[in-house]
Write a protein that binds this ligand. Structure first.
Ligand SMILES: NC(=O)c1ccc[n+]([C@@H]2O[C@H](COP(=O)([O-])OP(=O)(O)OC[C@H]3O[C@@H](n4cnc5c(N)ncnc54)[C@H](OP(=O)(O)O)[C@@H]3O)[C@@H](O)[C@H]2O)c1
Length: 207
């Protein structure tokens, strides 16, 4: 697939490496411009190129958002219509400033800006070093660490689940964007806690 990645730091850079290794083409973008990504792109190899955020969104059949949530208003929303958009962003008040996430979670606020996109929340609860080093593509699903997904369209979640499986993790569905994005928040019992599916099902009955 063609995957646009907006935010090429710890989480975006890690997924760019993993997906390029799995055979996908990735376009990486950050806030400082494509030139600043020459080193990372060179390291990843021919499946990667640098872009502006709008170009990365245009390029991707799937677009990963991996910037600090406080900057989400600057995202190129108009370039994501009709696409599967993966929201890996978390809200941290000390980093992102005061934003009310009680009524609408960060993902629901994003969804309001992306009504024509197909939003799936994923990769939020896994630390990037775990993501970089613990993938086991050859292991049975029950022996892999899990990555949680939430969203309103089963087909879109299934596609993202495939992108998770290819890089060696086991996808676990936490439900709709409304309920799942609450379960995947910082501070929740599944947040930043590596686990297998058996433990995930204990912590999230019905997952
Ligand atoms: N770190 C983790 O283990 C982890 C795990 C799960 C989820 N997350 C979430 O993923 C998001 C990214 O975290 P991170 O740790 O990867 O952060 P990071 O290492 O600081 O990287 C952030 C990236 O976003 C880019 N960026 C910032 N504002 C932008 C904008 N307006 N347009 C385009 N690019 C922009 C930065 O570009 P410049 O460097 O050019 O400014 C940088 O490439 C956060 O919401 C975080 O909560 C992180």
């Amino acid at each position: 697939m063609r995957i646009g990645i907006i935010g090429s730091g710890h989480i975006g850079g890690t997924l760019a490496r993993s997906w390029a290794r799995a055979g996908h083409e990735v376009a990486l973008a950050n806030s400082r411009g494509p030139e600043s990504l020459a080193g990372l792109v060179g390291e990843i190899g021919p499946n990667a190129h640098a872009a502006t955020p709008a170009e990365a969104a245009d390029f991707g059949e799937v677009v990963l958002l991996a910037i600090p949530f406080g900057g989400y208003e600057a995202l190129p929303f108009d370039h994501m219509a009709g696409k599967i958009v993966i929201d890996a962003m978390n809200y941290y008040p000390e980093r992102d400033g005061q934003i009310d996430t009680q009524t609408f979670t960060s993902s629901e606020q994003l969804a309001l800006r992306l009504p024509a996109a197909r939003l799936v929340k994923a990769f939020n609860t896994i630390y990037y070093e775990t993501l970089a080093s613990k993938g086991r593509p050859d292991a049975p699903l029950d022996d892999r660490l899990v990555i949680f997904v939430a969203g309103d369209a089963p087909d879109d979640k299934a596609l993202v689940a495939g992108l998770i499986q290819e890089i060696g993790f086991a996808p676990v569905d936490t439900g709709s964007l409304h309920e799942g994005s609450r379960k995947q928040r910082p501070g929740s019992p599944i947040y930043n806690r590596p686990m297998h599916s058996e433990q995930a099902k204990e912590l999230l009955p019905g997952a």
